[in-house]
Design a protein around this ligand. Structure first.
Ligand code: 5AD
Ligand code: SF4
Length: 458
């Protein structure tokens, strides 16, 4: 790779991201942290100077994937004569720590989700072969403060982290252990980050947090004395010039307060999409999961959200085969799904995670029963998703153009309901809002025809 006289020579950085959107965001920030050190992204781990695997610990399968990937990287490292540095980041790093280096000695660095700002220092130490190869302390506040203040957005959409961690302790979940206690970011910092993104052409932001609607950020400069709620934050961000769309993910039913629900009805930039995981439709199972709400309370929240914004698309997560789940419990989940009607939902077989309370519960559900239930649930959810997509046919929707398709002239973007929309892009530009007449729909996407381009791209 060539170097300009005053720039550091470029080094190849390959980041593989597993898991949730928080990890996607963190990978972006890892890239930002490493840029001043001369690291530039490359498309393949082969020949890269630094490979970062940003890992997910939520289910056993996700964790096992990491070790098989590390086995393949070891071969590449050997082929490079040992020049490749391998870093394992994210929740597996947090949960397993030094065990990773023991199982795969080719790994140079292990760093938890709160330690990304320390990566440059760790790389320097690794190159001198001194010091600790492990950083898994919890220092969330420091991380928020220490990451670079400005960002290079990749297009018209960006994630903005506003909250991290979780205090809910659902009995199946590792997040409270890997991501630590719930903490909110300072409102003033969020506002300046969003202003900076808007000035660089970002039109749509997604506020991120493991429990994003538990947000309670202090706002020392903007005032008010009290911490702000997510509803207040959304209303404020909606007034920043250029920000036309606001989304947030992921929420907990217990934190769906009246202000946030109202913002869905009266804040133009708030997109009509709500991802509100429920996990199960059975009160008995919800209790064993320590979710802190009943199925009836969940239905009530959805009814209030729909009263505020009738066309809102509702999304959720489900777990089948939680310990003790009977046929009747599972039927209650199916009934909830039929009653709510989801635009999209993610469903998983319960996976016992070491150290979580549910892992030690009695009456684990046999694997074949879990398989059967998952298939039944997913068939119902697929039908609902297809029906929701088809209900858009004939409507004209505003779409933010985010990319070019594989075929010449094809473009794609997102509808307000977060659906992918493909269209013939003649007369449209990237990063622009277009109005598309929806003429086709399938399980995973819509097809549109250009009606008009709404504004020149920035
Ligand atoms: N087993 C299966 N699914 C899980 N999830 C979280 N923990 C587990 C587990 N132990 C699912 C939940 C959550 C989503 C991110 O992952 O549905 O909402
Ligand atoms: Fe995990 Fe429950 Fe917290 Fe969500 S709310 S991150 S499922 S503990």
């Amino acid at each position: 790779m060539s170097a300009t006289p005053d720039a550091k020579p470029l080094k190849g950085l390959f980041i593989r991201t597993h898991g949730c959107q928080m990890n996607v965001y963190d990978s972006e920030r890892i890239r930002d942290v490493l840029k001043p050190l001369g690291y530039a992204p490359v498309d393949s781990p082969e020949g890269a100077d630094l490979v970062v695997i940003n890992t997910c610990h939520i289910r056993e399968k996700a964790t096992e994937k990491v070790y098989s990937e590390l086995g393949r990287l070891k071969q590449m490292k050997l082929a490079s004569g040992g020049k490749m540095t391998i870093a394992v980041a994210g929740c597996v790093a947090q949960a397993e720590g030094a065990e990773i280096i023991r199982r795969q000695p080719a790994v140079d660095l292990v760093l938890g989700p709160q330690a990304y700002h320390k990566l440059p220092e760790m790389i320097a130490r690794a190159s001198r072969a001194v010091g600790d190869r492990l950083e898994t302390e919890f220092e969330t506040v420091e991380k928020f403060d220490a990451l670079p203040k400005t960002r290079d957005p990749d297009g018209p959409t960006a994630f903005v982290s506003v909250q991290e961690g979780c205090d809910k302790f659902c009995t199946f979940c590792v997040v409270p252990y890997t991501r630590g206690a719930e903490i909110s970011r300072n409102v003033d910092d969020i506002v300046s980050e969003v202003r900076d993104l808007a000035s660089k052409g970002v039109r749509e932001i997604t506020l991120l947090g493991q429990n994003v609607n538990a947000f309670h950020g202090p706002a020392p400069r903007l005032g008010g004395g009290e911490d702000w709620t997510l509803g207040q934050l959304v209303r404020h961000l909606a007034r920043i010039g250029g920000i036309e769309r606001i989304r947030y993910t992921t929420s907990h039913p217990r934190d769906m307060d009246a202000g946030l629900i109202a913002a869905h009805g009266d804040t133009l930039a708030m997109m009509p999409f709500l991802h509100l995981p429920v996990q199960s439709g059975s009160d008995r199972i919800l209790k064993a999961m320590n979710r802190g709400h009943t199925a009836g309370e969940y239905r009530d929240i959805i009814a209030r959200v729909r009263a505020a914004r009738p066309d809102i698309a509702i999304a959720s997560d489900f777990i089948v085969g939680f310990p003790g789940e009977t046929d009747a419990d599972f039927e209650a989940t199916l009934q909830l799904v039929r009653d709510i009607g989801y635009a999209i939902a993610y469903s998983f077989k319960y996976s016992a995670r070491p150290g979580t309370p549910a892992a030690g519960m009695a009456l684990h559900v046999p694997e074949d029963v879990k398989d059967q239930r998952l298939q039944t649930l997913q068939a119902l959810l697929r039908d609902q998703q297809t029906a929701f997509n088809q209900s858009q046919i004939g409507r004209t929707l505003p779409v933010l153009v985010t990319g070019k398709g594989r075929n010449e002239g094809q473009m794609h973007g997102r509808s307000p309901y977060l659906q992918a929309v493909h269209f013939d892009g003649t007369g449209a530009e990237l990063n622009q809002f277009v109005d598309l007449k929806i003429v086709g729909a399938s399980l995973n996407s819509l097809t549109g025809e250009l009606v008009r381009a709404r504004e020149p791209a920035q």
